[in-house]
Design a protein around this ligand. Structure first.
Ligand code: GDP
Ligand code: MN
Length: 397
């Protein structure tokens, strides 16, 4: 689950990480009030208005702007809230902005002494350890830094059972070429950032930029945070931060009926039981010349009701030109699934307008094929994997 910048910063602050302070606002008037409050708390006269959407590169898309007085706060907030923000990380239509973060300006006017760094904490799946990635080249596209000057990106691996050791935090501050107060600030920053990552069950904390101000304070100016979905049951306070408006509506609906669904860009809808088989099925579709429209694992109980729910979800995607159902009957019997498909198809009447290929393998597979073939419905059956692929190719041709 991804969070907004302001939510990520709230978590950071709760673990003692210094942040660029801000107040969220839903309209221009709230933004002005927020700016007044910040001025009272921090003494700042200038404010940065930052669109809150789940996408990076907001600065490039015109979603981060400096306001030098209250009337600029009002004007800029008014124009950002409600806009469709297009950034290098959104689709071509962009994302609608529902709220802005009114933040204190931390890049003091005329100040050229500040530095921007990059820092993220994430899981290195290859080594099974946590990792801090960091660079002196912050503020800009880290992908570009990685491509053009990979030697400027450092990594520090952390054994999760031992935790971040003090020498590691010092090494990071040293590699960032800091000394004196800034060095100590960075050691504290890294330690509390790592603690925030571990104790919130996050899979990512990306801070770009980390700012060193001219008076040697180290603070998070941006925050991209992902909390591990599987840990949300024990992180209720973070689960409540979910913003459904930022997520794919089809995925939201699938989750509400307990289906494991991921929206993709292709044209072949997939209904599969088991994540491994779902991945193999997506490969199969690609080899047949199609592109999967989704990943969908219906799980162990592929009964008529579940198959019907899965159908409905898949058909919500207007790009779907064919549906491939690929079920391995282990505990679930194939004839039951076949009957489920036939019943669901009949229940749904004419809402199904695309060809359906069903491949059932395992317990009672032959009987299942008979049920499909005798149903009189426009459903193609297949027993072998390759056969299913050939039929996908056929219907797409
Ligand atoms: P992103 O573009 O979505 O990554 O959003 P960021 O939060 O990283 O902001 C984009 C850029 O806005 C940063 O790299 C900074 O250069 C700039 N920025 C952020 N906060 C301030 C601020 O307080 N003052 C000024 N002048 N610029 C800021
Ligand atoms: Mn950023």
């Amino acid at each position: 689950m991804n969070l907004h910048e302001y939510q990520g910063k709230e978590i950071l602050a709760s673990f003692g990480v210094r942040i660029q302070r801000g107040v969220v606002a839903h309209n221009a008037q709230e933004a002005v009030n927020a700016a007044k409050r910040l001025t009272a708390d921090t003494g700042t006269g200038w404010h940065v208005i930052k669109a809150q959407v789940h996408a990076g590169g907001r600065g490039k898309g015109g979603g981060v702007k400096l306001a030098k007085n209250l009337s600029e706060v009002e004007e800029i907030s008014g124009s950002i809230i409600g806009m469709q923000l297009i950034t290098p990380q959104t689709s071509a239509e962009g994302k609608k902005v529902h709220q802005v973060l009114v933040a204190e300006d931390v890049y003091y006017p005329g100040d050229s002494e500040h530095e921007e760094y990059y820092m993220s904490v994430l899981l290195n799946r290859a080594s099974g350890r946590n990792m801090i990635m960091y660079s002196t080249e912050g503020g800009m596209d880290i992908e570009e830094v990685a491509e053009k000057t990979p030697h400027l990106i450092f990594t520090e691996e952390i054994d999760p059972s031992v935790g971040l050791l003090p020498f590691q935090a010092r090494k990071i501050a040293f590699n960032l070429r800091l000394s004196g107060t800034a060095f100590k600030e960075m050691v504290r920053f890294v330690s509390s950032l790592y603690k925030a990552y571990v104790e919130s069950d996050a899979s990512l904390f990306e801070i770009n930029p980390v700012l060193k101000t001219s008076d040697d304070l180290i603070m998070a100016v941006d925050a991209k945070v992902t909390i591990d979905d599987n840990a949300l049951y024990r992180r209720k306070q973070y689960a409540e931060m979910r913003d459904l408006r930022e997520e794919s509506p089809i995925e939201v609906e699938a989750r509400s009926v307990g289906l494991n669904y991921v929206d993709l860009d292709g044209n072949v809808g997939c209904m599969v039981n088991g994540a491994g088989l779902a991945m193999a099925t997506m490969d199969l579709i690609k080899m047949a010349g199609g592109e999967p429209a989704n990943f969908l694992d219906v799980g162990g109980t592929a009964d008529a009701k579940r198959v019907e729910e899965a159908f409905r979800i898949i058909l919500k995607d207007p790009n779907v030109k064919a549906i491939l159902i690929n079920i391995f009957g282990g505990i679930v019997r194939c004839d039951r699934v076949a009957q489920g498909v036939v019943d669901a198809y009949k229940n749904m009447g004419d809402s199904i307008k695309v060809p359906i290929i069903v491949r059932l393998q395992g317990t009672n597979a032959e009987l299942a094929k008979e049920i499909i073939d005798n149903s009189g419905l426009a459903v193609h059956s297949a027993v072998q994997f390759q056969e299913a692929a050939d039929k996908v190719k056929e219907v797409l041709a």
